[in-house]
Design a protein around this ligand. Sequence first.
Ligand code: ATP
Length: 405
Amino acid sequence: MESSSDVSTVEGNGSALESEAGSTGSVKLEGVTKKFGAFKAVDDIDLEIANGEFFTMLGPSGCGKTTTLRMIAGFEQPTEGKVKIDGVDVAGEPPYKRPTNTVFQSYALFPHMTLEENVGFGLKRKKVSKDEIKKRVADELERVGLANEAKRKPAQLSGGQQQRVALARALVNLPKVLLLDEPLGALDLKLRKALQVELKNIQRDVGITFVYVTHDQEEALTMSDRIAVMDQGRIEQCAGPEQVYERPATTFVAGFIGVSNLMPAVATGGNDVKLDNGPTVTSPDASAFSSGERCYAVVRPEKLDVTTDAAPPDRPSVEGVVEASLFLGTATQMAVRIANDVKITVLVPNASESERQALPGGGSRVHVSWEPQHTHLVTESPSGSGPPEQSEATSSEHPREGEKA
Ligand code: ATP
């Protein structure tokens, strides 16, 4: 059965903030906190999402991203702070009166209705004329590539097709802001990748603001204009995909977005930092640290080279021992342990079979080096979280009660 909250999303936007075709909205959170009892699920968040932006909230399970989305949708009310949509404070407005619609991971379709009935359900409830419903439903089914399946029932569709219907059902209500809560989480990897591209194209086509929740860093990097990386109810960094990957702000972000190679270091003044396990290296980021301040040097795995010979003197390098080597198809991933029990991951593209065969094997003593400009410095996360284990970053969801079809 549909929960009451799901029915609200099916009904779509209500009269107070009703939007017109093609209109899009901005979202602003001002000092938003959400407490469940004494527990702070969302902790004093400020956020501005622009008109027409594809904005993603990314973080591990329990970091507060869904709760934040639910406050924008109106399923939860903030304990403190304001939620504004297009500059209007929506405090107290129920979901169906907000110019938003939500697409959940569970498709929440009515099983006894055809696709076109499912998509047109909200418009029928709003007493939109039959002709208009017919046209709008046909347009949306066309947009999501299901025009030929309009008379089918949900059970006759694949998971990916059902999620497209859920998307059409949300878009037909002309929301200014579409909220998507792990919409691809229940699909297999191949389908998820295909739908990521499709969703991004649909967002460009409709031109409205998408606020997307995922724990999948690759998904976030592929689709988003900007990403808010969250941990423990707070935003650790909010920036474009390239920036969060290439210039993570904290140890947590460095570890959550991609594989973390964190080498402890100390700033020594000017542009220099001394790696605990290696040489003094230069980084433009160093000027943000005062002399003597602790930090971490981050170098992404694909920027590293492994050799048994010493590295050229113009390249920073550290020494270590190869612990494991993993063939990943397109690349070989090597784990190298350097001094002080620090583990470094190196990704070597499998460009040629002979080069791959020549890579140093387990137990080899090696030099890991990189171009000086690839040294980036980060601070310890304010939340105190270290970099998450990769398994946490890809942990499975916990669908909320009442959001299932
Ligand atoms: P997931 O990906 O697992 O859904 P999330 O980042 O979306 O994680 P939230 O669902 O926002 O996280 O939950 C944040 C924290 O708030 C979690 O610790 C969760 O257990 C808690 N929480 C969420 N909803 C409630 C509720 N209704 N009552 C009590 N605690 C809640």
